[in-house]
Design a protein around this ligand. Structure first.
Ligand SMILES: O=C[C@H](O)[C@@H](O)CC(=O)C(=O)O
Ligand SMILES: [Zn+2]
Length: 276
C-alpha cells in the first residue's frame, strides 16, 4: 500500500505537473487479479481498485494499519464499474452489477472480490475511512439510489448525481459516496465549483473513452491547476481545494468524502468569476 502525506496550499502552488501528478493522481488501480491501495493522509482515506479475473482477490490486512484485520477500525464503500461481480463478506456473497454499491462496516473480517466472467471482469472501486461504530452491511442498486439531475446542455454540464452512502441512504460513520454521469454533449462536472474544508474528497473517473481525457481542476479557487486524467484513474482533493473537471467527451465519475461532517449539501460555492 502506497502512503501519501498531506500538502499545504502554499506547497501545492509551486508544484510542477509531475509533482502534482505524483501527489494527487492515482493511476493503475485496476490490475488483473490484484488489489491496489493508496493511503491518503487527507482524513486517512484509503483509495483502491480491485480487478478479479481468474481468481478471487482478498482485502488484505495492511501492516501500516497495525490492526488485526483491515476493517477492525474502518468502514468501506465499494462500487463496481465493470462486468458482473461478487463481494463476499464473512461468507455472505453479494452480487454487484455495474454501478451497484456495497457498504461494509467495521468488524467484518473476510472480504473477497470475484468476477462472474473472466472475459468481462468486474472493476471494483473502493474507498475506506476510519470508523468508530459498527453499521451493518448494506447494498444499493443504481436504480434504487437517490438521484438528482443538475446543470443544463447550454452550460455543457447536464448530469445525474446518484447518492448511495449518505444521510438518507446507506448509513455509515463518516463515509459519503455516490457517482455522477454526464449526458451526451455535457463535459463539465462540478462547475460552478465548491470547496468544503470539513471534508476531503476523492474522484474516480470511469467510462472515459480510451482516446479521450478529462482535465481535472484542483487548487484553491484563486490558484487553480489541472491534471489530465484517463479512464479508471482517481484523484485526491484536499479539503481546501476545488474539484471539478472538463472532459473531451462525456464520462462518469465516483465521488467520495470523509471528514468532519456527513452532510452532502454542505459546500462553499465558488462564483465562476472568482476563479483564477
Ligand atoms: O461534494 C460533492 C461532490 O463534489 C460531487 O458530488 C459533485 C458532483 O458530483 C457534481 O457536481 O457533478
Ligand atoms: Zn465536493
Amino acid at each position: 500500500m502506497e502512503i501519501r502525506f498531506a500538502n499545504s496550499p502554499n506547497e501545492v502552488k509551486g508544484m510542477t505537473t509531475e509533482a502534482l501528478r505524483s501527489n494527487f493522481l492515482i493511476q493503475n488501480l485496476m490490475q488483473d487479479d490484484k488489489i491496489s491501495l493508496v493511503y491518503s493522509h487527507y482524513d486517512r482515506v484509503i483509495v483502491g481498485g480491485v480487478k478479479p479475473v481468474n481468481q478471487s482477490v482478498h482485502l488484505p490486512n495492511e501492516p501500516e494499519l497495525r490492526a488485526e484485520y483491515f476493517l477492525q477500525r474502518r468502514e468501506i464503500g465499494i462500487i463496481n464499474v465493470g462486468g458482473d461481480g461478487q463481494v463476499s463478506v464473512d461468507g455472505q456473497s453479494y452480487d454487484l452489477e455495474k454501478l451497484d454499491c456495497l457498504y461494509i462496516g467495521l468488524g467484518k473480517k473476510e472480504v473477497a472480490f470475484t468476477s462472474s466472467d473472466a472475459n468481462n471482469p468486474a472493476f471494483f472501486y473502493i474507498l475506506s475511512s476510519p470508523a468508530h461504530k459498527e453499521h451493518p452491511v448494506q447494498f444499493c442498486k443504481k436504480t434504487d439510489a437517490e438521484n438528482a439531475v443538475l446543470g443544463s446542455l447550454e452550460t455543457s454540464n447536464e448530469r445525474t448525481i446518484y447518492r448511495y452512502i449518505h444521510e438518507n441512504g446507506l448509513q455509515s460513520c463518516q463515509l459519503v459516496m455516490g457517482l455522477t454521469i454526464l449526458n451526451t454533449g455535457s463535459v463539465w462536472n462540478t462547475m460552478p465549483a465548491h470547496t468544503h474544508t470539513r471534508r476531503m474528497e476523492a474522484y474516480f473517473y470511469f467510462d472515459v473513452a480510451t482516446d479521450q481525457r478529462v482535465l481535472h481542476l484542483m487548487g484553491e479557487p484563486s490558484e487553480t491547476r489541472h491534471i489530465v486524467m484517463g479512464n479508471h484513474e482517481a484523484v485526491v482533493s484536499p479539503p481546501w481545494s476545488i474539484h471539478s473537471g472538463c472532459g473531451t467527451k462525456n464520462y462518469g465519475f465516483i465521488w467520495g468524502m470523509a471528514g468532519e461532517n456527513y452532510t452532502y449539501s454542505d459546500m462553499d460555492a465558488v462564483d465562476i468569476n472568482d476563479l483564477k
